[in-house]
Design a protein around this ligand. Structure first.
Ligand code: FAD
Length: 288
């Protein structure tokens, strides 16, 4: 597999993917010329400029409308030094079809940082939407089904410079946030405190988030926004109402300027939350 060769013409589906495979290639060439390209990426079994084949290894029902799916690389190059590399918070793009058709399209999914996976495997949480084009395809995937992926994409970089990190996630927006939390609480360089406000109708990754409570520097509250689909575990704070300016203000009160806020949710949600963050400097806010 040539990971730095130009993309195949037929890999561009002309459906306005973000990012476009050709733009990524141009940027990569520019970085290689400037000596800025991360060499680890060259041994990655997933590439941002060509599609790699991954087979479904497990597909578990997670909630009523969501699955946890593990994919494993099944491409041609199987050398020992190949790995699967992504930064917490980055996402991959899945292509709708194995064939190059003009109707193909891509959708973004966020690999979850998981320590019990094989070297060339990744796991995603997928919520299925009624009438959703990729949802229909994912719904039909079986063990052994082959799929095409490219990535990783996304330029979020973890910073350990903040005393407090407030993370605000909506729905499946918990996926990148969860990976970032795992990475941070396990890093001895991090001496700050993480607070998660999780806004959802159903609590995705409920057991996993609850498990994180064992870390001294992580705490969370869930906001169900009127829905009663969640149930409370021992010592867990679950609000039935929506997250509002008051709760965010309460959290930020008496905090120094040394606070970072990470937001991941739909466009409206993120815009609305940003409006509640007047006291936080723009450079300390990251929207996934
Ligand atoms: C960077 C990034 C990372 C993502 N990571 C994940 C992930 O880890 N897991 C995951 O499940 N999804 C993730 N998504 C969303 C995913 O890419 C798709 O948008 C989603 O799976 C729906 O695709 P679809 O083709 O089934 O629906 P579409 O055909 O695109 O949409 C059909 C209809 O479904 C409904 N719909 C679609 N998306 C949403 C939404 N987000 N909220 C509410 N209604 C919606 C709308 O009614 C829409 O009209 C991510 C998106 C981005 C941009």
């Amino acid at each position: 597999m040539d990971l730095i060769g130009p993309p195949n013409q037929e890999d561009c589906c002309n459906s306005g993917c973000n990012p476009c495979i050709f733009d990524v290639y141009e940027e990569k060439l520019r970085k290689i010329k400037l000596g800025q390209h991360n060499l680890k990426m060259l041994k990655n079994c997933i590439s941002d400029t060509s599609y790699s084949t991954f087979r479904v290894i497990t597909k578990l029902k997670h909630t009523e409308n969501s699955f946890l799916i593990i994919f494993e690389y099944s491409g041609q190059s199987q050398s020992d030094d190949l790995n699967l590399y992504f930064e917490p918070g980055q996402h991959f793009l899945m292509k709708s079809s194995l064939k190059s058709t003009s109707e193909s399209f891509t959708r973004a999914y966020t690999p979850l940082l998981s320590d019990n996976l094989g070297r060339l495997q990744f796991r995603i949480l997928v919520k299925l939407y009624e009438g959703g084009m990729m949802s229909k395809i994912i719904n039909k995937l079986n063990i052994g089904s082959e799929t095409l992926w490219r990535g990783p994409y996304g330029d979020f970089k973890i910073s350990y410079d903040f005393r407090d990190v407030l993370m605000i996630a909506q729905g499946t927006g918990i996926a990148p946030i969860y990976s970032v939390i795992i990475k941070m609480v396990n890093d001895e360089n991090f001496e700050g405190f993480i607070k998660l406000f999780y806004c959802c109708n159903e609590i995705f990754l409920h057991d996993e988030i609850y498990e994180l409570k064992k870390y001294w520097n992580f705490d969370y509250e869930v906001f169900l926004g009127g829905s009663k689909k969640g149930f409370c575990k021992y010592n867990e704070i679950v609000h039935e109402n929506r997250l509002g300016e008051t709760q965010i203000g309460e959290f930020l009160k008496n905090k120094s300027e040394n606070v970072q806020v990470l937001i991941c949710g739909g466009e409206n949600f993120s815009g609305c939350i940003k409006n509640y963050l007047k006291s936080v400097q723009d450079k300390n806010i990251f929207v996934f």
